[in-house]
Ligand binder design. Structure first.
Ligand code: SF4
Length: 670
């Protein structure tokens, strides 16, 4: 594919950016007491080397009131400038023409009293659904203090060697709290009319401009707050037009943190929010960036070519593969390690207050300690099982120069990934299979499909090292009736080996149980293509077609033993899946024990120790965990003369992220 726009330079005020790939600010949880660390520097140096045009770093909190989470970067006083200077220098040294932007951040009502040790401040004392606290209303003196803090922080950024500053005004933070009628109830000159609600921002820009001179100032804005009573995308266009006269670029993203409209999860269609950037771009004459779920360069090019934006924010895409820009420029698109929007290592880490990592890229956030090690002695490596862990071990071992053979009992690679991508909204897991298929060819890995490995195979093959990635088998719960003909393992549905009933019961409300519930509830619904076709030709009234598209087809009841559902699901994904279940009428019982599966019924003991019976049940599924497939590992271990390791579920039930990270580490050390 040819890129006509993506790799062309563009200007922000007097600054030239070498291409249109921008890494937006992401909180990485890599700072230490507000100071930049080596790990943080390494992270951005790698992204600079990878070819992005502009790296926006932050949010950097401008004073204590501004601080959102404990491991953020601080720019609140001069003490932080020397490390920030070293940081900016290191990035510019890694690639001279990369532009490094400092994002200035203020949480307002979105911070927590536990973090700042006092009540947060905000335009008005309106309870925050995000921080679950009521902030103190800012006095005029507070307003002036915070405006000055922004200007002081911008001067520090300039002094430290950054190329521009960006104000973080999206996601429900301080600037958006001022512009929103939901959170700004002031009756003075900073509240009421839209003009008044934007006064805080305009005065801040003017103060910054008077002190910064020609230094570029950008603004990251929510293109629609997606929160009732707050600013819609129609108002955002007016706001952008009004503010744009004072700014050098506008960076448009999605809604507030508290929105009930998913913004970043895998089920958000790629590029779905680019209309928000276009909506702003139609009203301003400065560069506009588009964001959210633009994970591949082909889509980025399409957004640019269709004049929706002037540059593209690719945050998680560059976490997953810092070298995406260089690979795209070279035309090596299949080599890109695609972000799949799982959030497991990135956004979920932020909420757990741990440093960033990535399901795809075991190096993200730990760059200097995870470099591919040079080969000391070439070995013959056998990988048994072509699931995600086995494939990653093979990739890394082969990249280092080992002779690598993958043995897979199935007729295709992917293992569990082939089932994980089946439920609605999980399709991006398939990208991983496509990536590994390419790397098998690229790195000369020898693939042996349809080969079940036994101890004799191993003896005959005589490898120097073996990775056992043979996965797991389902744990059958000891329930009376579990052997009945209408009872199936959850994954049998995804592989097409189990029927779907009209009335279904799922035993187990973990990640698999919830995804199965969604799959079954919607099974047989109208497809998007059919919806489009039928409504376009007016063959079906839109309301009826919509009901067929979104409505529930089959009834599902989920029974979970634990008090909470989806214990292994990350925070950012769990609410989205449960909300979808709710919309589809899926019923849940938590804290219950299944007693019996009988002829067309399931009985269980509820939280009050009462027995309840679900009647007219067609099919029962169990999603109650898995246990490792270790038999081959034990046999090889007993031989005692071959180095053998287990990876993924073959060792213990673990997430895809854990399997990939362990595989990377082991393969980098043989
Ligand atoms: Fe993308 Fe998942 Fe990696 Fe986050 S953890 S960058 S969503 S692949």
């Amino acid at each position: 594919m040819k890129f006509f726009k993506l790799f062309t330079p563009f200007k922000i005020r007097n600054m030239t950016v070498s291409n249109r790939i921008v890494m937006p600010a992401l909180n990485l949880n890599l700072a230490n007491n507000g100071f930049v660390t080596q790990r943080l520097t390494d992270f951005y140096v790698e992204r600079a080397k990878g070819g992005a045009g502009m790296l926006i770093v932050g949010g950097c909190y401008i004073d204590l009131y501004a601080k959102g989470v404990p491991m953020m970067i601080s720019i609140e006083n001069d003490e932080y400038v020397p490390k920030l200077t070293e940081f900016a220098e290191a990035i510019h040294k890694a690639r001279e023409d990369v532009k490094v932007v400092c994002q200035l951040y203020h949480s307002g009502a979105y911070t927590f009293p536990q973090i700042i040790g006092k009540a947060p401040i905000a335009p008005s004392a309106v309870y925050s659904n995000f921080s679950k606290t009521t902030p103190r209303e800012m006095t005029i003196e507070d307003i002036e203090t915070e405006q000055k803090a922004f200007a002081d922080a911008a001067i520090r950024a300039k002094k430290a060697g950054f190329d521009a500053v960006e104000l973080c005004a999206n996601a429900g933070y301080l600037f958006s709290q001022f512009s929103s009628p939901k959170t700004n109830k002031r009756t003075d000159e900073y509240g009421g009319s839209l003009e008044n609600r934007l006064r805080f921002a305009i005065e801040t820009f003017e103060l910054m401009r008077s002190r910064l001179g020609d230094f570029p100032i950008g603004y990251r804005i929510s293109g629609d707050d997606f929160v009732p009573e707050s600013n819609t995308y129609k108002e955002k266009a007016i706001i952008a037009e009004y503010l744009g006269k004072h700014l050098d670029y506008i960076n448009v993203t999605g809604g507030w943190h508290e929105t009930k409209t998913p913004q970043t999860t895998m089920d958000v269609p790629e590029g779905c929010y680019t209309y928000l950037a276009e909506n702003v771009r139609n009203r301003v004459s400065i560069p506009v960036f588009a964001s959210n779920r633009i994970n591949n360069p082909e889509l980025a090019e399409q957004v640019l070519m269709s004049r929706k934006a002037d540059a593209i924010c690719m945050g998680r895409a560059l976490v997953a593969d810092p070298y995406l820009p260089l690979k795209a420029k070279k035309g090596d698109l299949r080599d890109i390690m695609n972000c799949i929007g799982c959030n497991q290592g990135c956004f979920d880490a932020i909420f757990k207050m741990v440093p960033i990592s990535c399901l795809r890229n075991a190096r993200a956030g730990n760059e200097s300690k995870t470099e591919i090690k040079p080969l000391k002695e070439k070995k013959k490596v056998m990988v048994v099982g072509a699931g995600p862990g086995g494939l990653e071990a093979a990739r890394v071992a082969a990249m280092r120069g080992h002779e690598v053979h993958i043995f897979e009992k199935d007729d295709k690679i992917g293992g569990l990934l082939n089932l994980i991508y089946i439920p609605p909204g999980r399709n991006e897991f398939k990208r991983m299979i496509d990536n590994y298929q390419y790397w098998i060819q690229k790195h000369g890995i020898q693939l042996h499909l349809d080969e079940e490995v036994t101890l004799d195979t191993v003896k005959g093959f005589n490898p120097d090292a073996i990775f056992i990635a043979t996965g797991s088998k389902p744990t059958k719960p000891p329930i009376s009736g579990i052997e009945r003909d209408n009872v199936y393992w959850a994954n049998d549905v995804f592989s097409g080996d189990a029927p779907i009933g009209e009335n279904n019961v799922i035993i187990g409300g973990g990640a698999t149980g919830i995804e199965l519930a969604l799959y079954i509830a919607k099974y047989g619904s109208l497809s998007l293509e059919a919806f489009d076709f039928l409504t376009n030709y007016k063959a079906l009234e839109p309301e009826i077609a919509l009901e067929m598209l979104h409505g529930r087809r089959n009834k599902v009841m989920v029974l979970e033993q634990l008090p909470k559902l989806g214990s292994a699901l990350g925070k950012t994904t769990k609410w989205v899946l449960l909300d979808k279940c709710d919309k589809l009428g899926v019923k849940f019982h938590t804290g219950v024990r299944v007693k019996e599966i009988g002829e067309n019924f399931v009985s269980f003991i509820d939280t009050k120790d009462n027995e309840q019976i679900i009647n007219d049940v067609d099919v029962v599924y169990y999603a109650t965990g898995v246990e490792p497939n270790k038999s081959l590992f034990r046999e090889i271990k007993q031989l005692g003369n071959i180095k053998v390791e287990t990876i993924g579920d073959a060792r213990k039930p673990e997430t895809v992220l854990e399997a990939i990270h362990r595989a990377y580490k082991l393969a980098n050390n043989i």
